[in-house]
Design a protein around this ligand. Structure first.
Ligand code: ZN
Length: 478
């Protein structure tokens, strides 16, 4: 049964991107469909990637003064309705609990689509004075959004994430928090996941429901579509006013707090699959791969020599790297090679009787190139160097792709042509009027992804010809 799984040919990434994506997610054993509508099971190999993201972020959050907390899964309807834009934005996607056992509840409870409406009321209890600020906390949890069309990792009815919720004394402090978090996300994306991103803010139409400003990271996937890779929301005093969260400042004035919220989700794993994989399957950047190195002993008559040598090698490299020794005897070495290519292990080491005798192994990189023979003596240095090379190779590939799929347009016709033919980001000047944005959406099917930070606008609005107030990157998006 298991043998058949890799025997079937994977669709080509360049020919059927969507089916390729789904097949890789399933066959690499990252996730699977469940009987629950739109909800996936994350399998151990996929969950190990999530744990890698989680532990890296958790360390960075703690280094910057944040702490983990937990809040209820269920939110009373009256609370969810307190911030008008917020409820309007989420209403179509909320799942409701109406009964406890057989008894109908006097008030419906929302399964959290996000937790502002349960966390802010707690802040109202906990924050009295400017001495109580800032509050820097986050919760690692799950949320439910009743999505119509779902796809593994990219859009699921239930997903995992963390949600940061901070409260500050001043607007400047809250804005600085948003930028700090955006910087941490950018580091995660670019240095760990090897996915280059554009950092900036969303135009008002694309903001988080109830936010005063949304900072975002946008990545370009190999099919030319953009994906939102992380967001950090400056909520201003909108939620503070809706939930009446006030503090007594040092000047004896009662003031509303300034709040932020921010998140990345298991959707990142979808980006990871799309960004790096090829026709053989997944390619994982070493810094996030559950196994950086997979050792495949070539078994046969000389097991008694090969197995102990392979175990010793695994133990030795295991001190520095995440290593998997694949010593299952029910599978051939060739089958295992395919399996670990499908599952994206960055480096594979083969060791057979002749290698044992010569104190060497054969090394293959998942990113391609000829196999090479490596001396076991000092192998950790060679492997370390090669893993670093793979990590930067993947990032550079992504950046080269993005750069060659980013164009600039001076007219709507040029913009339409670029979206259809180049397929990627198109940068245009914008006057900041909603009607001009609407025109572009209608003509191209693309949406405004990001207004770059610290890039001063010049020239004219691509639609109306008035002076441009901002640059905007448009793309079709997930
Ligand atoms: Zn305009």
């Amino acid at each position: 049964m298991v043998q058949e799984r890799t025997a079937a040919v994977l669709p080509k990434k360049s020919e059927n991107f969507s089916e390729w994506y789904t097949q890789v997610a399933l066959r690499a054993e990252l996730a699977d469909y469940t009987p629950v509508r739109g909800s996936m099971a994350i399998r151990p190999y996929g969950y190990a990637i999530w744990e890698g993201i989680q532990s890296w972020l958790d360390r960075r959050f703690k280094e910057t003064g944040h702490m983990n907390a937990y809040f209820p899964l269920l939110i009373p309807e009256s609370f969810l309705k307190k911030e008008a834009e917020h409820v309007e934005g989420f209403a179509p996607q909320v799942a409701w609990v109406t009964h406890g056992g057989d008894e109908e509840l006097s008030e419906r409870l929302a399964v959290r689509p996000t937790s502002e409406a349960i966390i802010l009321p707690m802040y109202a209890k906990w924050i009295q004075s400017y001495r109580d600020l800032p509050v820097l906390l986050l919760a690692w949890n799950n949320v439910v959004r009743w999505e119509k069309a779902t796809r593994l990792f990219l859009r699921t009815a239930e997903f995992l994430w963390h949600e940061g919720h901070t409260a500050h004394r001043t607007m400047e402090d809250a804005d600085a928090e948003c930028r700090l978090i955006l910087g941490i996300y950018q580091e995660l994306l670019e240095q760990i996941l090897a996915i280059p991103v554009l950092a900036g803010i969303k135009p008002p139409s694309e903001r988080f429901a109830g936010a005063a400003n949304t900072y975002t990271l946008e990545a370009l996937m190999p099919d030319g579509q953009a994906i939102q890779a992380g967001t950090s929301h400056f909520l201003g005093q909108n939620f503070a006013k809706a939930f009446n969260v006030k503090f007594l400042d040092s000047d004896n004035q009662e003031k509303y707090i300034w709040s932020t919220s921010w998140a990345v989700s298991t959707r990142l794993i979808g980006s990871l699959i799309m960004a790096h994989g090829d026709d053989k399957g997944l390619i994982l950047p070493p810094r996030i791969a559950p196994y950086e190195v997979v050792i495949v002993p070539i078994l046969g008559r000389d097991d008694a020599k090969v197995l102990p040598a392979a175990k010793e090698l695994a133990q030795h490299l295991g001190r520095r790297f995440r290593v998997k020794l694949d010593d299952r005897d029910a599978y051939t070495a060739g089958w295992k090679f395919n399996e670990w290519e499908l599952r994206g292990a960055p480096v594979r080491l083969e060791i057979g009787p002749r290698d044992v005798a010569n104190k060497q192994v054969v090394l293959s990189r998942r990113t391609g190139g000829a196999k090479q023979t490596v001396r076991i003596d000092g192998i950790e240095v060679t492997v370390g160097k090669i893993l670093d090379e793979i990590q930067s190779e993947l990032f550079e590939r992504g950046r080269a792709y993005r750069d060659s799929h980013t164009t600039q347009a001076a007219t709507v016709d040029e913009l339409v042509r670029a979206i259809e033919q180049v397929q990627g980001f198109v940068k245009v000047g914008w006057c900041e009027m909603q009607s001009c944005e609407d025109t572009i959406r209608e003509r191209t099917g693309a949406s405004p992804r990001v207004i770059p930070l610290d890039e001063k606008a010049s020239g004219k609005c691509v639609v109306c010809g008035m002076p441009a107030k901002a640059w905007v990157y448009y793309a079709r998006a997930y």
